[in-house]
Design a protein around this ligand. Structure first.
Ligand SMILES: [Zn+2]
Length: 210
């Protein structure tokens, strides 16, 4: 999908909300607290109220976008940029979307966390030190990926915070696993970012993106 097609597909916030709803609840709304599927829609606040336990949920609550104040278009555009294989630094996002640099950093950081959780089962984490019983062939494969990832970071990002180095590995792994099919990559990333998280602590989501 070209950037132009993207803009046509998501002309406004409602289009983004409808799309994220479809991705998150493909078989219809399910209350994240009690599992009920009946709800009423509070149009003025874009909230879904569970008919059983009265919990109010938005399209983004308890996802990686929890309590975001950013337009959903910014999120979707970021998924698009990251997943389509383009270089996607916080500087580029802050410049293009006219966001403060720190907000752009946090936005990308959350997207990388979703990449980590989304691909967790399928591929092993090459940045985690080997156990003594790790087979030699696995050690070699991990080392090869680690070197490739370091090259990727050096090529795409000039200064990175050492504390967050690991999150760049998540991004590398996602890109590496999905590089041959950008359109599926975008769908996958959108799904990872819009699925329900049952424990926000697990994701280390402590602050929201203003
Ligand atoms: Zn409920």
């Amino acid at each position: 999908m070209s950037i132009r097609k993207f803009m046509e597909r998501f002309p406004d916030e409602q289009a983004c909300r409808d799309y994220l709803f479809q991705v998150r609840w493909p078989r219809g709304f399910i209350c994240t607290k009690c599992g009920e599927s009946k709800y009423s829609y509070i149009k003025t606040r874009n909230l879904f109220e569970c008919s059983y336990c009265k919990t109010q949920t938005s399209t983004t609550s308890n996802t990686i976008m929890h309590r975001t104040k950013l337009p959903l278009r910014y999120w979707l555009l970021t998924f698009y940029w990251v997943a389509s294989g383009e270089r996607c630094s916080a500087r580029k996002i802050s410049k293009t979307l006219k966001l403060n640099y720190r907000t752009a950093l946090l936005l990308l950081y959350n997207v990388r966390l979703a990449m980590y959780k989304g691909e967790y089962d399928a591929y092993f984490a090459f940045w985690i030190p080997n156990e003594p019983q790790t087979p030699h062939i696995v050690k070699k494969a991990k080392l090869r990926l680690l070197k490739k990832a370091e090259r990727f970071i050096r090529k795409h990002y000039r200064h990175i915070s050492e504390r967050r180095r690991e999150s760049y590995f998540y991004e590398f792994r996602f890109r590496n696993n999905n590089q041959h099919d950008p359109s599926t990559a975008i769908d996958k990333l959108t799904m990872y970012c819009s699925t329900t998280i049952y424990s926000l602590n697990e994701y280390r989501i402590k602050r929201t993106i203003a």
